[in-house]
Write a protein that binds this ligand. Structure first.
Ligand code: ADP
Ligand code: ZN
Length: 432
């Protein structure tokens, strides 16, 4: 049941003692870097002053811009000859940031990925197909190493080439896959095209879904289509990558490995901690990293801590499914909208397919939103009225949630652009 029972089920008191000891070390290590050396001097912080977990609040936040400005080596806390690996973020919101690891860092990261996979019921007898980009992106090598440590047979399939992915699944009896949720949806039509039913014609039993926001409805659709259990996997390159937080078999929030990270949730405007259980921006501190410790990193990801204990017996806090990044918020006619709200509504409407795109334009000093939605093929061969009714229904359902009426366009399955990596949900054509 547990990969490391003593750590995963540690009492909160012991866990906090461990965190404090590790935090003190981490602050000391960080002070050797150019960035934190300067920051501590300017803020008048002595690493020895950290005497309680609350003292973490004496340390200023670190942002993605800090990492960009001190690119590439300004955060290194060890000499370059100790490093064995470089990764980078995907660059979703601007210039990609880079992270460097020592061999101990890689080993600790590998351990939390293995721990996460084991928690879902994956075992050494599984055949694991990693359908993520290998290379600088952490989702490839991060999962690869974790799965090997667990002892599974790993197929480094990489991203894309959909028909080949399906062929591999069948030929080698893949039981566990790691896939970006929008790509798992995209594969529905490819399975249909090649006449393979994943529920009956493959041995798949588990999927790990990560790297981008997705709704509970999307998870359900994927579970149903493939006949599997799908687990939410959260991570970011700045905090290693995958393995930061992961769902257990109860699928009720993601356990965030607090022996490796300190978790804070702040109000992104006031920067103060939010009351327990409320939504805010996730802030993380590395506790075990030697090469590049990062303290109080503002992830920009919005979530909350789910109060109470998990049925699985693990004591590490659980975070809610990520709602999106603070940057993802669209402001239209004074209303704040997250793309995931639209996904959630769409996925609940019968007839809607697997992809959609939000297009924003400004005309006559007014913002306009168009939602382009793929719908099932049948709608295009049948009665035009049916198509019109569906279009109307989508408009009404969206309006009930986002409070504005978008223009809805229905398109055939597979006609919207599909990237192999993270889905692009919004095209913003409004000029600055
Ligand atoms: P980038 O920040 O450039 O996209 P990363 O590849 O490091 O680069 O991606 C990390 C980010 O991906 C997270 O900060 C988060 O916004 C998003 N992400 C990762 N996993 C999930 C998940 N399970 N649910 C929602 N968002 C996720
Ligand atoms: Zn649990």
């Amino acid at each position: 049941m547990y990969w490391e029972e003593d750590i995963e089920t540690m009492s909160r008191k012991k866990l906090e003692d461990l965190q404090l000891a590790r935090l003190r070390e981490s602050v000391k290590k960080a002070s050797a870097s150019v960035f934190y050396g300067d920051l501590f001097r300017k803020a008048g912080i002595e690493p020895n002053e950290i005497r309680s977990l609350d003292d973490i609040r004496k340390i200023p936040f670190t942002t993605k811009d800090d990492l960009r400005e001190h690119w590439p080596y300004g955060f290194l806390a060890v000499s370059k000859d100790k490093l064995v690996r470089m990764h980078s973020s995907s660059g979703t919101t601007g210039r990609a940031t880079v992270i460097f690891h020592t061999i101990d860092d890689v080993n600790e990261w590998t351990n939390i990925v293995a721990r996460s996979m084991y928690m879902t019921g994956m075992r050494s007898s599984d055949v694991f197909q990693n359908m993520m980009t290998y290379g600088l992106f952490t989702g490839g090598l991060g999962f690869h190493y974790g799965a090997e440590k667990l002892g599974a047979l790993v197929i480094p399939a990489g991203a894309g080439n959909s028909k080949r992915q399906i062929q591999i699944m069948q030929d080698f009896g893949t039981t566990v896959m790691h896939v970006i949720p929008s790509y798992a949806l995209h594969l529905f039509s490819v399975f249909e095209e090649v006449g393979v039913d994943p529920g009956n014609d493959t041995q798949l039993r588990i999927a790990f879904l990560g790297a981008e926001p997705h709704s509970e409805k999307t998870r359900e659709k994927i579970e149903e289509f493939y006949g599997i259990k799908a687990y939410n996997s959260y991570g970011l390159s700045e905090m290693d990558g995958p393995g930061v937080a992961f769902e257990c078999q109860f699928q009720n929030g993601m356990h965030i490995w607090e022996d490796n990270f300190i978790v804070e949730i702040i109000n992104p405007d006031t920067l103060e901690p939010v009351p327990e259980g409320e939504e805010g921006e996730l802030v993380l501190t590395t506790l075990l990293r030697d090469g590049m410790p990062i303290l109080r990193y503002r992830t920009k990801d919005l979530t909350r801590i789910i109060p109470g204990a998990c049925e699985c017996g693990r004591t590490h806090a659980r975070i809610e499914r990520i709602k999106g990044r603070t940057d993802d918020m669209l402001i239209l006619k004074g209303v704040n909208i997250f793309p995931i709200q639209i996904e959630k509504k769409l996925m609940d409407i019968p007839g809607v397919g697997t992809n959609f795109l939000i297009i924003l334009e400004r005309k006559d000093f007014n913002d306009h939103m168009t939602v382009r939605v793929e719908v099932q093929k049948e709608f295009f061969s049948g009665d035009l009225k049916q198509l019109e009714d569906l279009r109307h229904r989508i408009g009404e359902e969206l309006k009930s949630d986002i409070l504005i009426t978008p223009k809805v366009e229905l398109v055939e399955p597979g006609s919207l652009p599909k990237s192999e990596g993270k889905a692009v949900r919004v095209v913003d054509n409004r000029e600055e």
